[in-house]
Design a protein around this ligand. Structure first.
Ligand code: PGA
Length: 246
Protein backbone atom coordinates (compact mmCIF):
# COMPACT_ATOMS: atom_id res chain seq x y z
CA UNK A 1 0.00 0.00 0.00
CA UNK A 2 1.50 3.28 -1.15
CA UNK A 3 -0.16 5.99 0.92
CA UNK A 4 1.56 8.74 -1.08
CA UNK A 5 1.23 12.14 0.66
CA UNK A 6 -1.94 11.22 2.52
CA UNK A 7 -2.88 10.55 6.12
CA UNK A 8 -2.46 12.13 9.52
CA UNK A 9 -1.55 10.51 12.78
CA UNK A 10 -5.14 9.87 13.86
CA UNK A 11 -6.37 8.26 10.66
CA UNK A 12 -3.13 6.30 10.21
CA UNK A 13 -3.75 4.83 13.62
CA UNK A 14 -7.32 3.94 12.74
CA UNK A 15 -6.30 2.42 9.40
CA UNK A 16 -3.50 0.30 10.88
CA UNK A 17 -5.72 -0.82 13.75
CA UNK A 18 -8.31 -2.02 11.26
CA UNK A 19 -5.77 -3.73 8.99
CA UNK A 20 -3.83 -5.61 11.66
CA UNK A 21 -6.48 -8.10 12.77
CA UNK A 22 -7.97 -8.36 9.26
CA UNK A 23 -4.77 -9.64 7.61
CA UNK A 24 -3.34 -11.41 10.66
CA UNK A 25 -3.68 -14.84 9.10
CA UNK A 26 -2.31 -13.91 5.68
CA UNK A 27 1.07 -15.54 6.14
CA UNK A 28 1.65 -16.75 2.59
CA UNK A 29 1.95 -13.25 1.14
CA UNK A 30 3.74 -10.00 2.04
CA UNK A 31 1.40 -7.24 3.17
CA UNK A 32 3.18 -3.90 3.43
CA UNK A 33 2.28 -0.25 3.85
CA UNK A 34 4.42 2.72 2.77
CA UNK A 35 3.48 5.78 4.82
CA UNK A 36 5.07 9.22 4.43
CA UNK A 37 8.45 9.59 6.22
CA UNK A 38 7.10 11.43 9.30
CA UNK A 39 4.83 8.49 10.13
CA UNK A 40 7.35 5.67 9.74
CA UNK A 41 8.04 5.60 13.42
CA UNK A 42 4.34 5.64 14.32
CA UNK A 43 3.88 2.79 11.86
CA UNK A 44 6.82 0.86 13.27
CA UNK A 45 5.45 0.96 16.78
CA UNK A 46 1.90 0.18 15.75
CA UNK A 47 2.98 -2.76 13.61
CA UNK A 48 5.50 -4.17 16.08
CA UNK A 49 3.28 -7.17 16.82
CA UNK A 50 1.87 -7.55 13.31
CA UNK A 51 2.65 -9.53 10.15
CA UNK A 52 2.28 -6.29 8.17
CA UNK A 53 5.67 -4.87 7.19
CA UNK A 54 6.34 -1.32 6.11
CA UNK A 55 8.36 0.66 3.66
CA UNK A 56 9.35 4.19 2.70
CA UNK A 57 8.25 5.94 -0.47
CA UNK A 58 11.68 7.28 -1.41
CA UNK A 59 15.29 7.45 -0.28
CA UNK A 60 18.33 9.53 -1.08
CA UNK A 61 20.94 8.30 -3.54
CA UNK A 62 23.50 9.85 -1.18
CA UNK A 63 24.74 8.87 2.25
CA UNK A 64 24.86 11.32 5.15
CA UNK A 65 25.96 14.83 4.33
CA UNK A 66 24.88 18.20 3.07
CA UNK A 67 21.69 17.08 1.31
CA UNK A 68 18.93 19.25 2.76
CA UNK A 69 15.54 17.60 2.83
CA UNK A 70 16.79 14.13 1.94
CA UNK A 71 16.49 10.87 3.89
CA UNK A 72 19.28 8.32 3.75
CA UNK A 73 19.15 4.52 3.63
CA UNK A 74 20.83 4.36 7.03
CA UNK A 75 18.02 6.39 8.56
CA UNK A 76 15.47 4.02 7.09
CA UNK A 77 17.38 1.04 8.45
CA UNK A 78 17.33 2.68 11.90
CA UNK A 79 13.55 2.85 11.67
CA UNK A 80 13.36 -0.89 10.81
CA UNK A 81 12.05 -0.14 7.34
CA UNK A 82 12.01 -3.23 5.11
CA UNK A 83 10.94 -1.93 1.68
CA UNK A 84 11.45 1.26 -0.27
CA UNK A 85 9.68 2.49 -3.39
CA UNK A 86 12.19 3.63 -6.01
CA UNK A 87 11.36 5.39 -9.24
CA UNK A 88 7.62 5.66 -8.79
CA UNK A 89 6.20 7.49 -11.80
CA UNK A 90 5.30 10.48 -9.62
CA UNK A 91 8.96 10.75 -8.61
CA UNK A 92 9.96 10.52 -12.26
CA UNK A 93 7.45 12.97 -13.66
CA UNK A 94 7.07 15.52 -10.83
CA UNK A 95 10.57 15.45 -9.33
CA UNK A 96 12.68 14.78 -12.37
CA UNK A 97 14.07 11.40 -11.36
CA UNK A 98 15.93 9.98 -14.31
CA UNK A 99 16.77 6.36 -15.05
CA UNK A 100 20.26 7.10 -13.68
CA UNK A 101 18.90 8.40 -10.38
CA UNK A 102 16.57 5.41 -10.12
CA UNK A 103 19.52 3.07 -10.68
CA UNK A 104 21.62 4.90 -8.07
CA UNK A 105 18.82 4.77 -5.50
CA UNK A 106 18.27 1.08 -6.24
CA UNK A 107 21.96 0.45 -5.57
CA UNK A 108 21.88 2.37 -2.28
CA UNK A 109 18.77 0.49 -1.15
CA UNK A 110 20.26 -2.91 -2.00
CA UNK A 111 23.52 -2.02 -0.27
CA UNK A 112 21.57 -1.19 2.89
CA UNK A 113 19.57 -4.42 2.78
CA UNK A 114 16.34 -2.60 1.99
CA UNK A 115 14.14 -4.23 -0.64
CA UNK A 116 13.58 -1.72 -3.45
CA UNK A 117 10.28 -1.85 -5.26
CA UNK A 118 11.32 -0.40 -8.58
CA UNK A 119 8.70 1.43 -10.61
CA UNK A 120 8.42 0.60 -14.27
CA UNK A 121 6.29 3.23 -15.90
CA UNK A 122 4.53 3.15 -19.19
CA UNK A 123 4.47 6.74 -20.35
CA UNK A 124 3.24 6.35 -23.88
CA UNK A 125 0.61 3.95 -24.92
CA UNK A 126 0.95 4.29 -28.66
CA UNK A 127 1.64 1.21 -30.64
CA UNK A 128 5.17 0.08 -30.22
CA UNK A 129 6.18 2.56 -27.54
CA UNK A 130 5.30 0.36 -24.58
CA UNK A 131 8.20 -1.99 -24.92
CA UNK A 132 10.69 0.74 -25.81
CA UNK A 133 9.96 2.72 -22.63
CA UNK A 134 9.87 -0.33 -20.39
CA UNK A 135 13.03 -1.81 -21.87
CA UNK A 136 14.88 1.47 -21.35
CA UNK A 137 13.76 1.70 -17.73
CA UNK A 138 14.54 -1.93 -16.99
CA UNK A 139 17.93 -1.83 -18.70
CA UNK A 140 18.89 1.16 -16.52
CA UNK A 141 18.52 -0.88 -13.31
CA UNK A 142 19.58 -4.27 -14.67
CA UNK A 143 23.31 -3.90 -13.95
CA UNK A 144 22.37 -3.06 -10.36
CA UNK A 145 19.79 -5.77 -9.67
CA UNK A 146 21.34 -8.65 -11.59
CA UNK A 147 24.00 -9.21 -8.93
CA UNK A 148 21.29 -9.87 -6.34
CA UNK A 149 18.89 -12.73 -5.73
CA UNK A 150 15.26 -12.32 -6.79
CA UNK A 151 14.23 -11.98 -3.15
CA UNK A 152 16.26 -8.75 -2.83
CA UNK A 153 14.05 -6.58 -5.02
CA UNK A 154 10.58 -6.22 -6.53
CA UNK A 155 9.56 -4.72 -9.86
CA UNK A 156 6.32 -2.80 -10.21
CA UNK A 157 4.69 -2.12 -13.55
CA UNK A 158 2.40 0.88 -13.42
CA UNK A 159 0.94 2.31 -16.59
CA UNK A 160 0.78 6.07 -15.98
CA UNK A 161 -2.69 6.37 -17.46
CA UNK A 162 -3.98 3.90 -14.86
CA UNK A 163 -2.56 5.58 -11.74
CA UNK A 164 -5.24 7.28 -9.68
CA UNK A 165 -7.56 7.44 -12.66
CA UNK A 166 -9.87 4.52 -11.98
CA UNK A 167 -8.75 3.04 -15.29
CA UNK A 168 -7.05 -0.32 -14.86
CA UNK A 169 -5.07 -2.26 -17.40
CA UNK A 170 -7.01 -5.33 -18.42
CA UNK A 171 -5.61 -8.53 -16.93
CA UNK A 172 -4.44 -9.46 -20.45
CA UNK A 173 -2.62 -6.14 -20.92
CA UNK A 174 -0.93 -6.46 -17.54
CA UNK A 175 0.05 -10.06 -18.22
CA UNK A 176 1.55 -9.19 -21.61
CA UNK A 177 3.73 -6.45 -20.12
CA UNK A 178 4.77 -8.53 -17.11
CA UNK A 179 5.76 -11.39 -19.41
CA UNK A 180 7.76 -8.95 -21.52
CA UNK A 181 9.65 -7.70 -18.44
CA UNK A 182 10.33 -11.22 -17.21
CA UNK A 183 11.51 -12.34 -20.65
CA UNK A 184 13.85 -9.39 -20.86
CA UNK A 185 15.32 -10.23 -17.46
CA UNK A 186 15.81 -13.82 -18.58
CA UNK A 187 17.30 -12.94 -21.95
CA UNK A 188 19.72 -10.58 -20.21
CA UNK A 189 21.09 -13.61 -18.43
CA UNK A 190 19.33 -13.19 -15.09
CA UNK A 191 18.81 -16.84 -14.17
CA UNK A 192 16.36 -16.11 -11.35
CA UNK A 193 13.94 -14.26 -13.68
CA UNK A 194 11.10 -16.75 -13.01
CA UNK A 195 11.20 -15.88 -9.29
CA UNK A 196 11.23 -12.09 -9.61
CA UNK A 197 8.10 -10.58 -8.14
CA UNK A 198 6.46 -8.22 -10.60
CA UNK A 199 3.65 -6.16 -9.12
CA UNK A 200 0.93 -4.45 -11.11
CA UNK A 201 -0.08 -0.94 -10.07
CA UNK A 202 -2.72 1.45 -11.31
CA UNK A 203 -6.21 1.59 -9.83
CA UNK A 204 -6.02 -1.84 -8.22
CA UNK A 205 -9.16 -2.43 -6.17
CA UNK A 206 -10.70 -5.34 -4.30
CA UNK A 207 -13.05 -5.86 -7.25
CA UNK A 208 -10.39 -6.14 -9.98
CA UNK A 209 -7.57 -7.71 -7.94
CA UNK A 210 -8.67 -11.37 -8.29
CA UNK A 211 -8.53 -11.27 -12.09
CA UNK A 212 -5.26 -9.34 -12.19
CA UNK A 213 -3.55 -11.61 -9.66
CA UNK A 214 -4.68 -14.75 -11.45
CA UNK A 215 -2.44 -13.88 -14.41
CA UNK A 216 0.67 -16.06 -14.41
CA UNK A 217 3.18 -13.19 -14.40
CA UNK A 218 1.32 -10.85 -12.03
CA UNK A 219 2.78 -11.47 -8.58
CA UNK A 220 0.91 -8.87 -6.56
CA UNK A 221 -0.21 -5.27 -6.52
CA UNK A 222 1.17 -1.83 -5.75
CA UNK A 223 -1.90 -0.09 -4.43
CA UNK A 224 -2.37 3.65 -4.01
CA UNK A 225 -5.87 5.00 -3.37
CA UNK A 226 -7.40 1.71 -2.31
CA UNK A 227 -4.71 1.17 0.34
CA UNK A 228 -6.17 4.10 2.32
CA UNK A 229 -9.46 2.26 2.77
CA UNK A 230 -9.17 -0.69 5.15
CA UNK A 231 -11.86 -2.87 3.56
CA UNK A 232 -10.49 -2.33 0.08
CA UNK A 233 -6.91 -3.09 1.05
CA UNK A 234 -7.93 -6.19 2.98
CA UNK A 235 -9.98 -7.35 -0.02
CA UNK A 236 -6.93 -6.94 -2.25
CA UNK A 237 -4.74 -8.83 0.23
CA UNK A 238 -7.34 -11.59 0.36
CA UNK A 239 -7.27 -11.82 -3.45
CA UNK A 240 -3.50 -12.15 -3.25
CA UNK A 241 -3.76 -14.98 -0.72
CA UNK A 242 -6.28 -16.77 -2.93
CA UNK A 243 -4.37 -16.41 -6.21
CA UNK A 244 -0.76 -16.24 -5.15
CA UNK A 245 -0.42 -17.57 -1.66
CA UNK A 246 -0.95 -21.25 -2.36
P1 PGA B 1 -3.54 4.00 -7.53
O1 PGA B 1 -1.97 4.30 -7.39
O2 PGA B 1 -3.76 2.62 -6.97
O3 PGA B 1 -4.22 5.08 -6.73
O4 PGA B 1 -3.87 4.06 -8.98
C1 PGA B 1 -1.03 3.29 -7.61
C2 PGA B 1 0.36 3.83 -7.40
O5 PGA B 1 0.65 4.94 -7.87
O6 PGA B 1 1.22 3.17 -6.77
Amino acid sequence: GNWKMNGRQANNEALLSALKPAVAGFDTIDVAVCPPFPYLSQTASQLADSNITFGAQNLSAQQDGAYTGEVSSGMLVDLKVRWVLVGHSERRSLYGETDEIVAAKTQVALDAGLIPCIGETLEERKTGDTEVVLARQLDAVLPVIERHPASAFVLAYEPVWAIGTGLTATPEQAQAVHAFLRDRLASSGYAAAPSVRILYGGSVKAANAPELFSQPDVDGGLVGGASLVANEFVGIAKAAVDSLGA
